[in-house]
Design a binder for this molecule. Structure first.
Ligand SMILES: *[C@@H]1O[C@H](CO)[C@@H](O)[C@H](O)[C@H]1NC(C)=O
Length: 287
């Protein structure tokens, strides 16, 4: 099954880009860049091979991951989330160093909800083994009605999570002020769909309704620009790489305005203001 998926999919074509000194690989086909990591039987090619369907039923969830790791870059995917009653389901899209003790991780987790109630996007950042930096926003559209673009930018200056190009979270590199920042470990790209009704929806109050199973999420248009590991060792420090250039070093005024709009209108949880967890907010919350 695995092999079948792999042979038929050509989601994007392999291009090696040379821009002056910059050399990086863009992702190729699902077969070249991704592998099924959990439950082959629950991943299917759909839309004429252009998209992947992830299936969650009582037997299993499923997942896939990039074959390579990347150090710095910009990754994006179009995702259509579980429709209807998705309470208790979690769809995730994240980067992870896959190291046990000093894990770095950048997470998007989409927490399902009862029909008609808003999906929640939870983001988290692990730097040098420490996470617990959850933020949650409710989406301003129905993410199960159509594909939307979710992206993670990671460069020397900042990490930005965006939804349809709207920044929903920014984590600046403030290492100079003693704040941990992921910078030396390459990370792979992962996606999963699974059941987490013990915590996901209204803190675990809303349970998954298995009568509505199977649940489906869809992914397409994978795009990864980044320094592939193993690859040229000079890539990660090359500030000419597109994702390192000035437009990616800070938010521009339009992005900053949209980010403020999200924070004012859609932010529903921020660990920085959670006094019960952090009587003294972590250092990165002040700067
Ligand atoms: C689900 O809907 C409820 C009620 O509208 C809302 O409070 C909550 O933030 C939504 N998301 C999750 C994941 O529970």
């Amino acid at each position: 099954m695995n092999m079948v998926i792999i042979r038929n999919v050509a989601l994007v074509s392999l291009i090696l880009l040379f821009h002056g000194l910059e050399i990086y690989a863009r992702p190729a086909t699902f077969q070249q860049d991704f592998k099924v990591t959990w439950a082959d039987s629950h991943l299917k090619l759909v839309e004429g091979g252009r998209a992947i369907q992830l299936i969650l039923d009582k037997n299993s969830g499923c997942g896939f991951a990039s074959k390579y790791k990347y150090i710095y870059g910009r990754i994006s995917m179009k995702i259509k989330l579980v429709a209807g009653d998705s309470a208790g389901t979690v769809t995730a899209f994240y980067m992870n160093s896959d190291t046990d003790t000093i894990r770095d991780e950048l997470d998007f987790e989409f927490l399902g909800n009862r029909t008609g109630h808003p999906y929640t996007v939870q983001t988290n950042i692990f730097a040098h083994g420490k996470g617990n930096r959850e933020q949650r926003v409710n989406l301003w559209f129905d993410p199960s009605a159509d594909y939307h673009t979710y992206s993670i930018l990671w460069n020397h200056k900042q990490i930005v999570f965006s939804v349809d190009e709207v920044p929903i979270r920014v984590y600046k590199n403030n290492e100079a002020k003693g704040i941990p920042y992921p910078k030396s470990q390459p990370m792979g790209v992962f996606s999963t769909l699974w059941e987490a009704d013990d915590w996901a929806t209204r803190g675990g109050l809303e349970k998954i309704d298995w009568r509505k199973a199977p649940f489906f999420a869809y992914y397409k248009d994978f795009d990864i620009e980044g320094c592939v590991v193993p690859g040229p060792t000079t890539c990660a420090s090359n500030l000419i790489n597109r994702w390192e250039r000035p437009p990616y070093q800070t938010l521009n005024p339009t992005q900053a305005q949209r980010y403020q709009w999200v924070r004012s209108n859609h932010l529903i949880y921020d660990y920085c203001t959670d006094k019960s967890r952090y009587p003294v907010p972590p250092l990165e919350c002040h700067v």
